[in-house]
Ligand binder design. Structure first.
Ligand code: NCD
Length: 337
C-alpha cells in the first residue's frame, strides 16, 4: 500500500508487509514517546481531531502522537458543538474542515460514516471508530502489543492462539483485530460470547477463508484454557436498543485472578481495548488482575501513541525526516514504555 496521502479507514486496506512497515516505524518512534528526544518534523501541521462519540484514549493518543511529531491539534467533540446538528452533511463538513487541517481523525457512531466523510476530504482521514464497524488503529496497536509481548517470550505472531471475549457483535475493535490476525499464519481464534453477541458471520468467514482456525464457545472457562492471549471486551451498551437489553449481558464473562489461575496457562497475556467497565455489575477485568505482570492493558495504551505516530509519519511522508528535525530533551523525565 502507498501510505503517502492515504486514508486509513479499514484493515481491509492492509497487507502483511504494510503492517510490518507500520510496526517498524512505530519502533523508531520510541525515543520520542519516551521523551528522550523531541522532533519538530510536523511543525506547522494541523490535526483536526473530530470525535462525535465518547472517547478518552483514542482521541488523546491521536492528539499526543501528533504533538510529539511537532504538530498542532484542533478538536471538535460531540455533535452539539458542530454544525452537524444544523443538518450539515458529513461530506460538506469534510469539504470545509479539510481546508483547515493537514490530516483528520474522526470517530462517529454510524458504520461507514468515516469513509463517507473521507470521500469528500482533501486531506487524509483516519478512522477512530465508525459505529460497530471498524477501529483499525486500535487493531494495529493491539497487534503491535501482541508482537512485543510474544517477542518477550521468544515467539512470533504466526502460530498465535487468541481468545476474544464479550461483545463480539458490536465490538469494532475485535472486528478489525480479526481481520488483521487473518494476515498471519497458523492463527487460532476462540470466540467467546453470548449467543446473541457472536462475531458477525462475514468476519468469521473472512478469517476462515484466510486460514484462521476459528472455534466458537459460550463458556469463559472453555475458551481461555489453551490460548496465548485473552482479549476481553466491554458490552457496547451504546449500540443496544435499550440499557435494559445491554444489562442482560453485562458481567457474563468476568475475568479475575482466581479464574485466571484456575483456567489460564501461566503467562497468558491479558488484553482489553479499554475502557474496562469497572461497575460492580460488569467488572469484565477485575482490579485484582492489576498486579498480574501479564496484564498488558496499559502497555496497549502506551503503544497506541507509537503506532499513531507511525501512521501520521507515513501518511504525511516524513518518516525519513523525523530524526533530522530532532534534538535531545532538556527536562527531567522518568518515563518508560
Ligand atoms: C473501544 C472503542 O471505542 O471501540 N475503545 C477504544 O477506542 N480503545 C472499545 C470500547 O469502547 O469498548
Amino acid at each position: 500500500m502507498n501510505f503517502t496521502g492515504a486514508h486509513i479507514l479499514s484493515i481491509n486496506q492492509f497487507q502483511r508487509q504494510d503492517v510490518e512497515r507500520v510496526f517498524a516505524v512505530a519502533d523508531a518512534m520510541q525515543p520520542y514517546a519516551l521523551r528522550k528526544k523531541v522532533t519538530r518534523v510536523l511543525e506547522g501541521a494541523i490535526l483536526g481531531n473530530m470525535f462525535f462519540e465518547a472517547s478518552t484514549r483514542t482521541r488523546v493518543s491521536f492528539g499526543s502522537a501528533f504533538n510529539l511529531l511537532g504538530g498542532e491539534v484542533r478538536e471538535t467533540a460531540g455533535f452539539e458543538s458542530s454544525a452537524l446538528v444544523k443538518g450539515e452533511s458529513l461530506q460538506d463538513t469534510a469539504r470545509v474542515l479539510s481546508g483547515f487541517s493537514d490530516v483528520i481523525c474522526m470517530r462517529h457512531p454510524q458504520p461507514g460514516s468515516v469513509a463517507d466523510f473521507a470521500s469528500a476530504s482533501r486531506v487524509p482521514v483516519m478512522n477512530g471508530g465508525d459505529g460497530a464497524n471498524e477501529h483499525p488503529t486500535q487493531a494495529l496497536l493491539d497487534l503491535y502489543t501482541i508482537r512485543k509481548e510474544m517477542a518477550d517470550k521468544g515467539r512470533d505472531i504466526d502460530g498465535l492462539r487468541v481468545a476474544m471475549i464479550g461483545d463480539l457483535r458490536y465490538g469494532r475493535t475485535v472486528h478489525s483485530l480479526s481481520k488483521l490476525l487473518s494476515l498471519y499464519k497458523n492463527i487460532q481464534v476462540v470466540l467467546v460470547s453470548p449467543i446473541e453477541l457472536t462475531l458477525p458471520e462475514d468476519i468469521v468467514e473472512h478469517m476462515r477463508s484466510a486460514g484462521v482456525k476459528v472455534t466458537i464457545s459460550h463458556e469463559l472457562a472453555d475458551g481461555i484454557g489453551d490460548v496465548d492471549i485473552v482479549y476481553s471486551t466491554r458490552i457496547q451498551e451504546e449500540r443496544f436498543a435499550s440499557k435494559e437489553e445491554a444489562d442482560l449481558y453485562r458481567g457474563k464473562f468476568r475475568l479475575n485472578q482466581a479464574i485466571y489461575t484456575e483456567f489460564c496457562q501461566p503467562n497468558t497475556v491479558i488484553m482489553h481495548p479499554l475502557p474496562r467497565d469497572s461497575r460492580a455489575d460488569a467488572n469484565e477485568l477485575d482490579v485484582d488482575l492489576d498486579t498480574n505482570p501479564n496484564l498488558a492493558i496499559f502497555r496497549q495504551t502506551d503503544n497506541g501513541v507509537l503506532v499513531r505516530m507511525a501512521l501520521f509519519a507515513l501518511v504525511l511522508d516524513v518518516v525519513d525526516l523525523v530524526d533530522q528535525y530532532s534534538q535531545d530533551v532538556r527536562w527531567y523525565n522518568s518515563r518508560q514504555i
